[in-house]
Design a protein around this ligand. Structure first.
Ligand SMILES: *Cc1c(COP(=O)(O)O)cnc(C)c1O
Length: 218
């Protein structure tokens, strides 16, 4: 099943769009099945869960963090991930930078956009994003590589479209701004129920869980 699901999604992707498997609560065996079927990016929400899975997976896939990063997990996260997609404050980025300097590592990051301007949601507001990125651009070991958004839970794909449009506009304007040490390359948006719309609106990384692995039990 996983194999067929991955191959189906991959066959639908236009050139230049990458599939990231969102693997929260999946077993290592399931994750390996997805990798064997052609998944090249693994998205993990939990640092501890990721640590266990990565021991087995090794570097057969790129490792992205897509959850909310708690302060006390930053050190571990820096060690095991290739990219952190959920940066939304200068403080978080500074702590990552500090650990990266100690570890002699460069961390690629995406800025998480609160594209629905929802209260009590993670992510930076669209209007605050450029300032945040300018602040980040002076860090030596953290490199901004693009934007990520979830958008409000709307239940259907068309409901998500306005938030994808907002995020793509922001992405384009930041790319034009040409901020030093910033490479606006990746736009990570779209999940199982919305990825087709996300691709239409310019996503080049889509994050898929349910459609690959089936409904989550927990
Ligand atoms: C779980 C998750 C996804 C994938 O959601 P599905 O609806 O299962 O495809 C994508 N992005 C993030 C940040 C997630 O936590």
């Amino acid at each position: 099943m996983i194999k067929e699901n991955v191959q189906k999604v991959l066959s639908e992707l236009p050139e230049g769009v990458e599939l990231e498997a969102a693997v929260k609560s999946r077993t290592t065996e399931e994750i390996i099945e997805a990798i064997n079927a052609g998944v090249r990016i693994i998205g993990e929400n939990y640092v501890q869960e990721a640590e266990r899975a990565f021991e087995v997976i090794g570097n057969r896939a790129r490792r992205h963090f897509i959850g909310h990063l708690q302060k006390n997990k930053i050190k571990k996260a820096v060690k095991i991930f290739d990219m952190i997609e959920t940066i939304d404050s200068i403080e978080m980025a500074q702590q990552i930078d500090k650990v990266c300097s100690e570890e002699n590592k460069l961390m690629q990051v995406l800025i998480e956009i609160n594209s629905g301007t929802e209260k009590q949601k993670f992510g930076v507001l669209p209007e605050d994003t450029e300032n945040l990125i300018i602040g980040l651009s002076s860090l030596d070991t953290v490199k901004v590589m693009g934007l990520m958004t979830m958008g409000p839970i709307t239940g259907d794909a068309e409901g998500a479209r306005p938030y994808f449009i907002t995020t793509k506009r922001l992405f384009d304007s930041l790319r034009k701004a040409n901020i030093p040490n910033v490479d606006m390359k990746y736009l990570s948006m779209g999940m199982s129920n919305s990825y087709k719309v996300a691709i239409e609106e310019g996503a080049n990384i889509i994050r898929i869980g349910t459609k690959i692995f089936g409904e989550r039990l927990k």
